[in-house]
Design a protein around this ligand. Structure first.
Ligand code: ZN
Length: 174
């Protein structure tokens, strides 16, 4: 009965050639440096961000009323562009949703407001730069629980999307 254990131990043990020389310490440290630091020597500028989207996800069978209420609240308070209702999955989105397109200047008022008022809904907030795939997968923030995003449906390059003319007429303070 000792044979299976001995076999596992033998496999898990590193080969003798990797043990007991100076490389053992320097190799892991170098690996950490290479994986933790991005390639670019300079940080990206927020000037890359042409506008933002917030995608409000909902379940047509259960949370559409909550999504409707949130949509009304947004429209009453912010000059944004409310997109069409998508009761079925569209593009990279894995759940029903509607889009809220907004100018970069609105981020500091709208996003904190969404943090406080999203209820049970998941909201994806992503920048619009020239790389939609990266905008959605690498650089977004989530309010509520994250939902799957299908990056294969997104291009690596596009013209940065300007915020369209608002279609809301806000009458209340945030
Ligand atoms: Zn979007």
């Amino acid at each position: 009965m000792m044979a299976p254990y001995s076999r596992i131990f033998a496999v898990a043990r590193p080969p003798r050639t990797e043990v007991g020389c100076g490389h053992q310490l320097s190799v892991p440290r170098k690996t950490i440096e290479m994986t933790d630091l991005p390639d670019s020597p300079d940080p990206r500028s927020t000037r890359e961000i042409v506008s933002y989207h917030a995608h409000v996800y909902y379940d047509p069978a259960t949370t559409r009323p909550e999504a409707e209420r949130l949509r009304t609240w947004i429209g009453e308070r912010f000059a944004v562009t409310l997109g069409r209702w998508h009761d079925v999955k569209v593009g990279p989105h894995d759940q029903a949703m509607y889009q809220v397109a907004f100018a970069a200047e609105l981020f500091s008022s709208l996003v904190p407001w969404l943090m406080l008022n999203h209820g049970s809904l998941s909201v994806l907030v992503h920048p619009n730069t020239t790389n939609p795939r990266r905008d959605h997968l690498v650089n977004p923030l989530w309010i509520g629980s994250p939902v799957a995003v299908h990056g294969d449906k997104l291009p690596d390059h596009a013209a940065g999307e300007q915020a369209p003319s608002p279609n809301t007429h806000p009458v209340l303070p945030p």
